[in-house]
Write a protein that binds this ligand. Structure first.
Ligand code: GLC
Length: 570
């Protein structure tokens, strides 16, 4: 029988010896260099044996996260929710989904993590709430013209019977953005706006209740010790109140529902709240924005602290493209004095080992398809090189759970287990995001691979099935294998922590042949990433700190699709 490995126990003496009182107050600039690990709570670890990840599971694995070397955890939404969109449909911000635990457990987790020097970042989803949230239920019950409906975007339909949608905006999840309600007497009623699924009605940010409620929610969680919030769909909150059709040519800052100039007022008020707390409480934006100048506007000194750098994440494995992204993103951040973030993936996108193993290794939601040929060995090799490259770049680093194990995207989930609305709303054309959300394998040879504990009898089935071949990806299998992805991540994060010039700071490009990304971070630290297609000589160095593949040839060259970290004379 498989026995799950126990997480290393919390060593109190070590905490006291390290003088770790409250890291939130200890280093006001922690967020500029932090390594932040994204916990998709349903799939991280199951503490109570029901096949769904939970807070108890995370608490039992805090030792793993400490040993990995992360500075903060970002939790995807853990609130009560019908889970129509994996929890991004929140029905109550001041509680925890019963499947994940309760508020007392969340508070304990925040405390215990802090004792290990790990801060907690939570997710807030201000653009929309769940259709099961009290506000929306009240709005439906109160009927047209009621103050309760003013918090949303209810409109009469167009046409003689009002049976045409108020406009033709297209959803981020494909398809329509309006759903018609039914009046209490059974007749067809008004329509309401939802940029995502019908279960996620959009809030009206011109309404004072909406603003006040979110400010209170921020305080609620800051009061509980969270060190920051990740702001979902942060550029979408403001809408043109006339709800016009999207014009062919959009004036900058005046798009009917994206990146409107007024959205910045919201984040200024949030920043004031964050700044009123002891320690640095950070605002991290999910801002998908092709215009880097407009992106950087969110990071002005009285707005958010950082935002996800999706430009880098979406680029293909190509030296020119990656260099262009690095240069332009660093340049975009400079005027607002914000550090860039470096992100290889998250719960919405294809796992790096899979993506980098494809002919087109860029990422775009629109091009995700089933049966895309993939060379996993190649993808894994490149993902290892990308892991070191991204950890060497200036700023903070995000790691999505499971990437440190090199998990591939699971593409053959049985259709009846799929949950993601992106799959359903595309009528099964888009594989959706379930494939990167499969529960983590911790130990053993068979499902649930230590994800759920054995409760005496048969283990619970994970909420999404794990592939049979995942024994080789378990934490147990990788922990003691020096060539594993986990060992690479542990070594990289430990070097990053010990190297003062890594994290926030400057980068200096070094001369290199085409296809090579070579830069110095000061203090003698040099990163060389070889995408040239053939082995290359390394620059002069005193020591190889780490390398994503073994060096080759009699002179110790860096093989293709590899990164080496060097210590050079400076
Ligand atoms: C963000 C989240 C995604 C969610 C969407 C709607 O993009 O990352 O998972 O579906 O917002 O809330």
């Amino acid at each position: 029988m498989d026995v799950p490995v126990l997480a290393p126990q919390v060593d109190e003496t070590r905490i006291v010896a390290a003088g770790l009182v409250s890291p939130s107050t200890a280093d006001p600039l922690w967020w500029r260099s932090a390594v932040i690990y994204q916990v998709y709570i349903r799939s991280f670890a199951d503490g109570n044996g029901d096949g769904t990840g939970d807070i108890a599971g995370v608490r039992s694995r805090l030792g793993y996260l400490r040993d990995l070397g992360v500075d903060a955890l970002w939790f995807t939404p853990w609130y009560p929710s019908p889970l129509a969109d994996g929890g991004y449909d929140v029905s109550d911000y001041r509680a925890i989904h019963p499947a994940f635990g309760d508020l007392a457990e969340a508070e304990a987790l925040i405390r215990e993590a802090l004792e290990l020097g790990i801060r907690t970042i939570i997710d807030v989803v201000p653009n929309h709430i769940s259709h099961e949230h009290e506000w929306f239920k009240a709005a439906l019950a109160a009927g047209p013209g009621s103050p309760e409906r003013e918090r949303f975007w209810f409109r009469d339909g167009v046409g003689p019977n009002g049976d045409e949608m108020p406009n033709h905006w297209v959803s981020n999840f494909q398809g329509e953005t309006w759903t018609r309600t039914t009046n209490p007497d059974g007749t067809p009623g008004q329509w309401y706006l939802h940029l995502f699924t019908p279960e996620q009605p959009d809030l009206n940010w011109n309404h004072p209740d909406v603003r006040k409620e979110h400010e209170d929610v921020l305080r609620f969680w800051f009061d509980r010790g969270v060190a920051g919030v990740r702001i979902d769909s942060a550029a979408l909150l403001e809408k043109d109140p006339e709800l016009p059709e999207i014009p062919d040519v959009v004036e900058v800052g005046k798009h009917p529902n994206v990146d409107r100039d007024e959205v910045h007022d919201i984040y200024r008020s949030w920043r004031a709240i964050a700044d009123s707390y002891e320690g640095t409480r950070v605002l991290v934006g999910e801002v998908w924005m092709p215009d880097t100048q407009r992106f950087a506007n969110y990071l002005r000194s009285d707005e958010m602290h950082t935002a996800f750098n999706f430009d880098f994440m979406a680029r293909p494995w190509d030296a020119t493209q990656l260099r262009e992204s690095i240069v332009s993103m660093i340049a975009a951040h400079a005027p607002v004095d914000a550090p860039s973030t470096w992100v290889l993936s998250n719960h919405d996108v294809t796992r790096p080992v899979t993506r980098y193993g494809r002919e087109d290794s860029s990422f775009a939601f629109a091009t995700k398809r089933f049966n895309t040929p993939t060379d996993l060995d190649l993808g894994t090799r490149r993902a290892r090189a990308a892991a070191l490259l991204s950890a060497a770049l200036p700023g903070s680093l995000y790691i999505y759970q499971g990437d440190e194990l090199g998990l591939p995207e699971v593409e053959d989930l049985p259709d009846d287990t799929r949950q993601d609305p992106m799959y359903f709303r595309s009528n099964g054309v888009d594989p959706g995001r379930d494939g990167c959300r499969v529960p983590l394998p911790w130990s053993g040879q068979h499902e649930p691979f230590g994800f759920s504990p054995y409760a005496g009898t048969a283990p619970a089935e994970p909420w999404l099935p794990q592939p049979e071949g995942w024994a080789k990806y378990t934490v147990e299998a990788e922990a003691h294998d020096p060539s594993s992805m986990l060992s690479l991540y542990r070594a990289a994060l430990s070097i990053r922590r010990a190297t003062e010039s890594l994290g926030d700071g400057a980068l200096e490009w070094l001369d290199s042949e085409p296809g090579v990304l070579a830069f110095s971070r000061g203090g003698g630290f040099v990163n060389v990433t070889n995408l040239s297609g053939h082995p290359i000589d390394l620059p002069e160095h005193e020591e190889i700190l780490l390398s994503s593949t073994e060096l080759v040839g009699p002179t110790g060259q860096l093989a293709q699709d590899s990164t080496a970290w060097l210590r050079t004379q400076h």
